[in-house]
Design a protein around this ligand. Structure first.
Ligand SMILES: Cc1ncc(COP(=O)(O)O)c(C=O)c1O
Length: 408
């Protein structure tokens, strides 16, 4: 069966928009995805009929709101095949999830002289929190290097996991190269030495199926806004035995069991990590997004994204002076970063915008990676379930126009 792109596109109101006289071509999905009407309507209906704060009210709509919020948690647990919904902590997004681990796990478990193993392709969200922790504790960061194809050099892995390594934290899929990293190998090697593994799955969860019980990572963080859901909510998965031993992240309402003047005891997991009023409508939206992805089927979305990136990588060499970064299409999610000789990425993005095409230009929050490539910035096109081959053609046409404009 062919992928139902037209039907899918009709669910996304924003895709009817024009930029000037041009149809919107949205190719910045790795930054954030657009939202189907099913997500917008679910949040709207919640605000119109059941909105109240959760976990506190003994009245009908508060109970309804609580049930909707906790149902969202259950749907995330099922989506990822977590062993229990108590392992699913709602956060504001990937960044907050990683910082939660930094504060609530890292402060307790990392000491002076310890090492944290990262990769050279981490988003700043999975780098800066560990820099801050390392500075605070006197620990050291180590990095698995990437090669000329944007693949991790795993032959170094064993020697990089030392008796001092206390955590390995790694992008499941790179937001710049698109590389889907062999995280199973990293997890197996780290676990063989008793080292827990955190996965930054911001570019993974929206695009392919993850089975947490098979994967066996210790922590995994992602954001709803990159997977058709709203901003303001994300998920930190943590193995029960870790979450139970961890200190709270933020203190306040809802994360406590009993409070005295000078001390308090903590709520059970996952609520121990959910202080204050949570993003309730956003949880409802995330639930609707998961239902949408399940309906279309992630395996088919993955195939579709890969077919677009493959086609794009076939066509991009038609552009004079263009260099692509990262591995072959079959090793990546649906994104491609590239540069064009003597034309600044910002200029490329500005010309494309005049054609209604949205791409990302800049360092994509991977400055050290760009520096290693000898670049300040690249252009990134990233695809998702509503994108089409025709849109790839428009991108290529737009790039040809850009080159003409700057090379005359
Ligand atoms: C790999 C990766 N990690 C982390 C993040 C940060 O996500 P958020 O800004 O939603 O916290 C992103 C977002 O671009 C990303 O691509």
């Amino acid at each position: 069966m062919t992928f139902p792109t037209e039907k899918i596109r009709s669910d996304f109101p924003i895709l009817k928009r024009k930029i000037g006289s041009k149809a919107l071509v949205y190719l910045d999905n790795a930054a954030s995805s657009q939202k189907p009407k099913q997500v917008i309507e679910a949040m709207d209906a919640f605000y119109q009929s059941s909105y109240a704060n959760i976990h506190r009210g003994i009245y009908t709509i508060a109970e309804e709101a609580t049930e909707l919020y906790e149902n969202a948690r259950k749907s995330v647990a099922r989506f990822l095949n977590a062993a229990s919904e108590s392992e699913i902590v709602f956060t504001r997004g990937t960044t907050e999830g990683i910082n939660l681990v930094r504060f609530a796990w890292g402060r307790k478990n990392i000491e002076e002289g310890d090492e944290i193993l990262l990769t050279e392709m981490e988003h700043h969200s999975n780098l800066v929190p560990w820099q801050l922790l390392a500075q605070e504790k006197g620990a050291t960061l180590k990095f698995i290097p990437f090669d000329a194809q944007g693949r991790l050099q795993l032959d170094r892995l064993d020697s990089l996991l030392t008796p001092k390594t206390k955590l390995a934290a790694c992008a499941f899929a790179s937001n710049t190269f698109g590389t889907i990293n062999p995280v199973e190998k990293i997890i197996a090697a780290a676990h063989a030495k008793g080292i827990p593994v955190l996965l930054d799955a911001a570019q993974a969860v929206p695009h392919f199926k993850i089975d947490l019980q098979k994967l066996d990572c210790d922590f995994l963080a992602f954001s709803s806004h990159k997977m058709l859901g709203p901003t303001g909510i994300g998920v930190l998965y943590g193995k029960k035995r870790h979450l139970e031993k961890m200190d709270p992240f933020l203190g306040g309402g809802e994360m406590i069991k009993k409070v005295e003047w000078d001390h308090a005891t903590w709520n059970d997991i996952p609520w121990k990590f959910e202080a204050g009023t949570q993003s309730i409508a956003e949880a409802v939206g995330l639930h609707a997004a998961i239902q949408y992805l399940n309906h279309v089927e992630l395996d088919k979305i993955f195939e579709h994204d890969q077919s677009l990136v493959r086609y794009c990588m076939e066509r991009l060499p038609e552009i004079d002076g263009l260099t692509m970064y990262g591995p072959p299409a079959h090793e990546r999610t649906g994104l491609i970063a590239f540069s064009i000789r003597d034309i600044h990425p910002h200029d490329i993005a500005a010309v494309l915008d005049r054609n209604g095409i949205c791409v990302r230009a800049g360092h994509h929050c991977t400055q050290p990676l760009h520096r290693k490539l000898g670049l300040e910035a690249t252009v990134r096109a990233s695809f998702y379930l509503y994108n089409t081959k025709e849109e790839v053609d428009l991108l290529v046409d737009g790039l040809k126009d850009t080159v003409k404009l700057f090379r005359k």
